[in-house]
Design a protein around this ligand. Structure first.
Ligand code: ZN
Length: 384
């Protein structure tokens, strides 16, 4: 394949499958990578814990790769960075929260000083070879979900990353309809966008609505210990749970390393400023049962996470008959059996579980069809 005067798009991973997003743009022989993710669990590949996209194509052309732009800090967008960024040998670009989590990974891998990670803390265009790039904040189930407007000599690409439309996202300020329309007015050659919820006929729903439902749900369980499990990286949800704890006169207790890590990273970037002070396990257990709200990892059934250990009664946080576990999450396909096992253990001990089937205590971070239609309309110059 000879580089020509042309603009190319090539997804090495993440299109037609869930996870391991790795996208390439090629312009006049120069390649730009957008995201470098991985997949966990690998239901399709038993015995495998981590799955990576096949990078042979770009490794063979790495002299023409000019940078890796990261849209947001979910593992399926950044998870492969510590494994491949050093070999690819090009600078990385990320907004502050994403950069913080990437740097932690690079630290863990002992390669922080080998890799140039540029923190983009503004929404102005920056240049990378033939590409002009601008971050466009969109709502998602993590802080700093971003789309990219990539301008090239051939036209503009609107690369959405992961996103949803949310009038009440609680964390961050997503681009307004007017701002999205302005991107369309400037001309979009191609909208590059996908959604795991493309078959959902309804919009994804708002974090603001979840806050209301969680507050109502926790308030119902007066005098009981309540444990809530959610995706650790959903900073808006963590903020909500802090507010729910305060509003229901409960002290907040956090169980699980990934929650500690995200809370620290989020605070370091100016989020979660009003999160109430967290109490340790001993203090939590010493409080009257109805005065504590426990936030725990393990909602996907991970056997070593806090919730699994609480269910087995091998964690310093002990629940008793009548206590309540709220799953403020969805079951990621493939995890049903592991989650079911934990729910059965809880049920056997007469601990009540509430999931998003019983109460509106979770919304997805990915758009349903009405939102896909709307972004298509906004970014299309010739509107219908
Ligand atoms: Zn994501």
């Amino acid at each position: 394949m000879k580089p020509g005067k042309e603009l190319l798009f090539c997804a090495l991973g993440g299109s037609g499958e869930i996870g391991m997003n790795v996208n390439l743009y090629g312009c006049d022989g120069k390649w730009l990578m957008v995201d470098l993710g991985m997949t966990f669990g690998a239901n399709e590949y038993p015995g495998t814990e981590l799955v990576f996209a096949d990078l042979d194509f770009i490794e063979e052309r790495k002299k023409d790769l000019i940078g890796i732009v990261l849209t947001h800090a979910h593992e399926d967008h950044i998870g492969a960075v510590p494994y491949f960024a050093q070999e690819l040998g090009v600078p990385l670009y990320a907004t502050p929260f994403t950069a913080k989590l990437v740097n932690e990974k690079l630290d863990e891998a002992g390669i922080r000083h080998e890799i140039k990670l540029n923190v983009i803390d503004h929404l102005d265009r920056f240049e990378l070879g033939p590409y002009g790039i601008r971050y466009v904040p969109l709502a998602h189930s993590i802080a700093e979900g971003n789309a990219l407007v990539i301008d090239t000599p051939y036209g503009n690409i609107f690369h959405t990353g992961d996103w949803k439309l949310d009038d009440e996202p609680l964390v961050g300020i997503p681009a307004t309809t007017a701002e999205l329309t302005a991107i369309g007015d400037a001309g979009v050659l191609a909208l590059v966008c996908d959604s795991t919820n493309v078959f959902n006929p309804k919009a994804s729903g708002s974090e603001g609505m979840v806050r209301k439902s969680l507050l109502e749900e926790v308030a119902k369980h007066h005098g009981k210990r309540v444990l809530i499990t959610t995706f650790a990286s959903n900073v808006a949800r963590l903020q909500t749970l802090g507010e729910v704890a305060e509003a229901t006169n409960r002290r907040l207790c956090v169980a699980g390393r990934s929650l500690d890590r995200i809370i620290k990273a989020a605070k370091g970037c100016g989020y979660l400023k009003n999160l109430p002070e967290v109490v340790d396990f001993d203090t939590a257990m010493g409080l009257p049962r109805g005065e504590v709200l426990i936030l725990a990892t393990g909602g996907q059934g991970e056997p070593r996470a806090a919730l699994a250990r609480v269910a087995e009664n091998t964690h310093p946080i002990a629940l008793e008959a009548g206590d309540v576990v709220l799953f403020s999450s969805r079951q990621i396909p493939g995890n049903e059996i592991a989650i079911g096992r934990i729910q059965n253990r809880l049920a056997a001990r007469q601990i009540t579980t509430v999931t998003d089937r019983q109460a509106e205590i979770h919304v997805s971070g990915h758009p349903g069809r009405p939102e896909l239609e709307e972004i298509g309309r906004a970014s299309c110059r010739e509107r219908v």
